[in-house]
Design a protein around this ligand. Structure first.
Ligand code: SF4
Ligand code: SF4
Length: 417
């Protein structure tokens, strides 16, 4: 297998195909701290793409309750176990090899699913059983206990004094990975990554329904349609990303799951790539800022090796060892950055879900100081800055302040009885 560079791992890794990168990459940041588990995203996707015969069990977008839930059930535990069996004790990182551009999380020491593939296969994986696909959010809202007394700090630093238990919502779509396992495993070469936006698609005419993509994808996001007998997966709502949504005439628009998000936890965008696949420096791009500068958002299971393009702000209240195995070694820095956000980070966080149009850059107009407190023993100040989101052409599409304005409804209004 050729060697490719994976910056999540901070090293080269083996992959079926040589490196070739799109000009832009579909990417997103999901803030787990804000998700209310309402499943509006799930239903927005379902009612757009998977309402037909053979798709009854399909949830291209699902939101699962961690630690117990999963769709398909056990998807992450099973892949982690396979990786552990193939490379015992391998899933660790060397933080000394941390370098801002090439290896921001250090260097991964273990094997990826490509490097641990059994003879004759291109990736390590498994096929879920029919039963495991039966519920998109099994064990909904089921918590687990903190190992410490109520109100006490967990030994690893987090606490939520009001509660003795924890769970969180994990929002999941296809990651439109840089090195997709689905694509590597397809014997028909029916899966491709689009050069214009990095969206990963299955060519329905080439597919013969061998389910190799279902087996190989560690996130279990390709699904088999038993009626058409071919594989299907999230298509990143590519007509919207291309600007074909009639309501927005030519402007790139966020996918349906992002645009519908009630909790305002999602921010999607297109990230410009260098020829070597690294993110081109784009300081005023909100995703570049969140992932590469503030480092508040992290990839999901980077050790799998697919270099996924959905990034997560990890939940503050969850024991750190659980989060480190899930989001890698950047967890502590990400939570520290989120808990006491910088002035710029706080402004950029306001941009989530404020426009259906894709935001390509932002600028900030400074406002007055409106609040002061102490966070983790340090002084922290709140400024009522204004953040402005701009489209691809630099046109303003959204403007809002850090402090939410209060509007008083007039006595007579449209909903007056
Ligand atoms: S998440 Fe799975 S289906 Fe999506 S691109 Fe990555 S490997 Fe393929
Ligand atoms: S719509 Fe948003 S808040 Fe609701 S479940 Fe989906 S991601 Fe969470």
């Amino acid at each position: 297998m050729p060697d490719v560079y994976n910056w999540h791992l901070g090293r080269k890794m083996a992959y079926r195909f040589p490196e070739r990168h799109p000009r832009f990459q579909f990417a997103a940041v999901f803030n787990t701290n804000r998700c209310i588990g309402c499943q509006t995203c799930t239903m927005a996707c379902k009612s757009t793409w998977t309402f037909s015969r053979g798709q009854e069990y399909m949830w291209w977008n699902n939101v699962e309750s961690k630690p117990y839930g999963g769709y398909p059930q056990f998807w992450d535990v099973k892949t982690l176990e396979l990786l552990e069996r193939a490379d015992p004790g391998g899933q660790s990182w060397d933080p000394r090899q941390r370098e801002d551009r090439r290896s921001p999380y250090g260097a991964y020491q273990g094997k990826t699913i490509f490097e641990a593939a059994p003879a004759g296969a291109d990736a390590l994986g498994y096929l879920p059983t029919d039963e495991e696909w039966r519920a998109p959010n099994i064990y909904e809202d089921t918590p687990t206990a903190y190992p410490t007394a109520p109100g006490a700090f967990h030994p690893t630093g987090e606490k939520l004094p009001e509660h003795r238990v924890w769970f969180f919502h994990l929002q999941r779509i296809c990651n439109h990975c840089t090195y997709p396992a689905c694509l590597a495993a397809c014997p028909r070469n029916a899966i491709y990554k689009r050069p214009e936006d990095g969206i990963v698609l299955i060519d329905q005419k080439r597919c013969r329904g061998y389910k190799k993509c279902v087996e190989a994808c560690p996130y279990k996001k390709p699904m088999f349609n038993a009626y058409t007998r071919v594989g299907e997966k999230c298509i990143g709502c590519y007509p919207r990303v291309e600007g074909k949504e009639p309501l927005f005439a030519g402007t790139p628009v966020e996918p349906r799951c992002m645009a519908a998000c009630v909790g305002k936890i999602r921010l999607q965008g297109l990230v410009r790539l260098n020829a070597d696949g690294s993110w081109a420096e784009d300081r005023q791009h909100p995703l570049y800022f969140l992932v590469r500068v503030a480092k508040v958002a992290l990839p999901l299971y980077p050790q799998f090796g697919t270099q996924p393009n959905v990034y997560y702000v990890p939940p503050r209240w969850v024991p750190r060892p659980y989060l480190r195995q899930m989001f890698g070694p950047g967890v502590d820095d990400a939570i520290a950055a989120y808990t006491a956000p910088s002035r710029e980070l706080l402004a950029v966080l306001q941009l989530f879900r404020t426009s259906q149009r894709i935001i390509f850059s932002y600028r900030i107009e400074e406002g007055p100081k409106v609040f002061e407190t102490t966070i983790n023993g340090r002084k922290w100040e709140l400024f009522n800055d204004t953040v402005i989101g701009l489209d691809r052409t630099g046109k303003e599409i959204v403007r809002l302040t850090v402090e939410e304005p209060i509007y008083t409804r007039p006595p007579q209004h449209l909903n007056s009885i």
